[in-house]
Design a protein around this ligand. Structure first.
Ligand SMILES: Cc1ncc(COP(=O)(O)O)c(C=O)c1O
Length: 391
């Protein structure tokens, strides 16, 4: 069959671009559902809530008004202004709108930033486990990732010590997420500041992905924006703002890099989606924030239920996740192969989760990720099914 044919030529780098195993799990879960099985989805990395109504209305109005042509590559000026005001309101931080570049999701922002700083043969420090696309971005631009193994003792995050231990002469910087995917853990502000200083001392950059910042349960972190002129801050309308499918995010670049990011945006994307940008203007309105804050409370209730319930079943969770909507759990009490564990859990108990292998290699076979992006009722049912299955 033609779709089984090998491509005539595939770039060498494609050997290093790996699939997301969770996509296979998701496809299998959907097939099982079509065949009539009931599945509890704890694999999806996106909110189960749809986009808040005020944002939808603003998007609809933009479409009806014919706002369908390209914006500037850096984004709609009103939106860049609104994002700058958000930093003022939320963090008390002044940022010039010209430093804010609107992108197709945090993904677009990560691509622009890594393209701007990675030289062929250079390296970028990442945590292992971490969001897997980042190491692929390093590879795409002919650099490589230094995947630094991290564990519960460092909150599953890079810290200044690990950074200086693993930094190489060819390193151009470090990329971290706080809170992180898959662990939901935060990096202390002091560590962020020290790491930014360390990178600056070596002419390197610090890229901080703050896309789960809106979803922190407890003391609210302040932004890394103020921690030096070698710091890129990435954020998104996807998770907290409930706009995954609209594909909209942003990067706040240091002034000296704005021109480079602008040129890259012009060439790579032309611009982010115009109707999405108009819709996002409503994201910061008090009525929208009220909805989003209610949702944050719901996520927190789910976390507070899920962590002890999983521990009760025998999963080890040494660090309580402070944000995002993930629990990264050690499953070695049950298996030394988390991949087949996840497969069997789906097939035999109808619960879909993500195996550790999707986030790196360090102790991946001992870990799985649970996403609490489903209702409390479903979470309870998932725990019940797992309890029976594990027994
Ligand atoms: C840590 C992290 N960064 C970036 C992204 C990309 O998000 P988006 O492109 O939808 O904004 C994700 C998505 O799951 C993520 O978990």
């Amino acid at each position: 069959m033609s779709f089984m044919n090998k491509p005539a030529h595939l770039a060498k780098r494609m050997e290093d671009i790996r699939t997301f195993h969770v996509m296979n799990i998701l496809a299998q879960a959907k097939n099982m559902e079509r065949a009539g099985r009931s599945i509890i989805h704890m694999e999806a990395g996106e909110p189960d809530f749809s986009t808040p109504q005020p944002i939808v209305e603003a998007g609809k109005a933009a479409l009806m008004d014919g706002k369908t042509q390209y914006t500037a590559a850096t984004g709609l000026p009103e939106l860049r202004e609104a994002i700058a005001q958000y930093y003022q309101h939320r963090y008390g931080v002044e940022v010039a709108p010209r430093r804010i570049i609107v992108t197709p999701g945090a993904s677009g922002a990560l691509i622009l930033t890594t393209a701007a700083v990675i030289d062929p043969g250079s390296s970028l420090l990442l945590a292992d486990p971490a969001y897997p696309c980042n190491r692929h971005f390093a590879r795409l631009f002919e650099g490589s990732a230094i995947n630094v193994p991290v564990c519960a003792e460092t909150n599953y995050q890079l810290n200044p010590e690990l950074l200086s231990q693993h930094w190489r002469d060819d390193s151009v910087g470090a990329l971290v997420a706080t809170p992180a995917n898959p662990t939901g853990t935060l990096i202390p502000q002091q560590h962020l500041a020290e790491m930014a200083r360390f990178c600056a001392g070596r002419n390197g950059v610090m890229i901080v992905d703050e896309l789960y910042h809106g979803l922190v349960y407890g003391d609210q972190p302040s932004t890394t924006l103020t921690m030096g002129d070698n710091v890129f801050v990435i954020n998104s309308f996807s998770k907290y703002f409930g706009m995954t499918g609209w594909r909209l995010g942003w990067v706040v670049a240091p002034s000296a890099y704005v021109d480079a990011i602008d040129r890259l945006a012009q060439n790579l994307f032309l611009a982010a989606s115009t109707p999405a940008q108009y819709a996002a203007l409503a994201a910061f309105e008090p009525a929208t924030i009220e909805i989003l804050e209610q949702r944050r409370e719901v996520f927190q209730q789910r976390r507070d239920f899920l962590v002890p319930a999983l521990r009760e079943l025998g999963f080890e969770i040494p660090v309580v996740p402070q944000g995002a909507f993930y629990v990264y759990a050690n499953c070695e009490h049950f298996t030394d192969d988390s991949f087949s564990f996840a497969e069997k859990l789906l097939e035999e108990a109808g619960v879909a989760i993500t195996p550790g292998i999707d986030f790196g290699e360090h102790q991946a076979e001992k870990h799985v990720r649970f996403a609490y992006t489903t209702s409390m009722e479903n979470l309870k049912e998932g725990i019940k099914r797992m309890g029976k299955w594990l027994a």
